[in-house]
Structures are given as C-alpha cells and as structure tokens.
Design a protein around this ligand. Structure first.
Ligand code: GRF
Length: 198
C-alpha cells in the first residue's frame, strides 16, 4: 500500500506542481491525497483541481484561533488518510495539535539557508530582497522537519545557491525555484523510501 501525503500551500503552488508531476510520473511512490490552503485565492488550488486532487481551504478568519483551525486541519488530514505532510509555501504556523500528531512526518521547504533569513516574517520576496541588498555571495534552500517553532525543526537537506552581482529579484528567484522543485521532490521520494536522514 503506497503512502499518502497532503500538501499545504498558501500561494502559486509551483512546488506543489513539482510534487504532482513526480507522483504522476511514478518517481515518487505515493499519492497526494489532499491539498490544503489557508487562502481561497491560492493558485495551487487550481493545480489540485486540474489533477483531481481533493482540496480544502482553512482560512484564518474562519476560526476563533489557530488551535481551532488546526483541529479542522487535523481532521481533514485524518479523513484523507495522510501518512505525512509537505508544507510547500504554507504561511500559517502549525500549532501543537498537528505538530505532535504528525511528529517527524511534516516537512517544510524554506528558500534560504536556515538559520539565515528564517523565523517569523521571513518568507517569499522579503528573503531574496534582503539577500540582494546585503550583497550575499550565496543563498540556498532548506528542507526540515517541522516542530512548533518557525523554520526551526531538524534540518534534512540544504543546498547552496550562488548569488551573482547581475542578479535581479526575478533571476535569483527563478534559480531558487528550480532548486526547490528538485529538492522537494527528492526529499518526498526519500521519505517514502524510508531513506531520509536528519
Ligand atoms: C517557495 O519559495 C517555498 O520555498 C516557500 O514558499 C514558496 C512557495 O512557492 N516556502 P510556490 O507556491 O510553491 O510556487
């Protein structure tokens, strides 16, 4: 019986698309059983629909607290028999309810070399803009297990990405995205094959 996993998103879902393509090609021996978004306008929801993957939107505003929303999330994950969870641009912070229930079974991707440019408020273009402003010679991508902190769980893999003087926000982002898509697929595959090390 192949593993089932859920993918949590908040935006465009290019990482989700990479996972969908890798599952459909058989590269990842698993099935995406659910896509969850905390934003109803996330384009990633369109991607899920196109590939007949069930999705649910759990908006922050619809719940009295993060804990209450996470109870709904835990229920959705259970209803869809998710064995593990990939966070692919999910901007809400998971609370104890879900993190404990899926201990060492939730993996997040972060577009920087944690601990650099990580933690509360560090996501998306803010990271890449600061990397460029600081004239860093390199940035990178990190995949890690999720704990109740922000970008703070045990690191699984990191890949360094050079930053060139001629880089613009767009050129840097596109180089980061292509590394992300490879790493998130590779990490999900390794998780399914039981060959992930921390
Ligand atoms: C990616 O940069 C990822 O590292 C970060 O959020 C972004 C999601 O991009 N966590 P997309 O929605 O997968 O295109």
């Amino acid at each position: 019986m192949s593993l089932k996993f859920a993918v949590l998103i908040s935006g465009g879902g290019t990482n989700l698309q990479a996972l969908i393509d890798a599952v459909e090609s058989g590269h990842i021996p698993a099935q995406i059983t659910l896509v969850v978004s905390d934003r109803e306008d996330a384009y990633g929801l369109e991607r899920a629909k196109k590939h007949n993957i069930p999705s649910v939107v759990l908006k922050r505003g619809d719940y009295d607290s993060a804990a209450k929303r996470d109870e709904a999330l835990a229920q959705a994950l259970e209803n869809h028999n998710a064995d593990f969870v990939m966070l692919a641009g999910y901007l809400s912070i998971l609370t104890e309810t879900v993190v404990k229930k899926y201990e060492k079974r939730i993996i997040n991707i972060h577009p920087a070399l944690i601990p650099n440019y990580a933690g509360k408020g560090y996501y998306g273009d803010k990271i890449h803009t600061e990397v460029l402003q600081n004239k860093d010679k390199a940035t990178g991508v990190t995949l890690h297990f999720v704990d109740t902190g922000v970008d703070s769980g045990p690191i699984i893999i990191q890949e360094r990405i050079p930053v060139f003087e001629v880089d613009t926000l767009e050129s840097l982002k596109s180089r980061i995205h292509s590394v992300e898509h490879r790493l998130i697929v590779d990490t999900a595959k390794k998780y399914c094959e039981g060959s992930l090390s921390v």
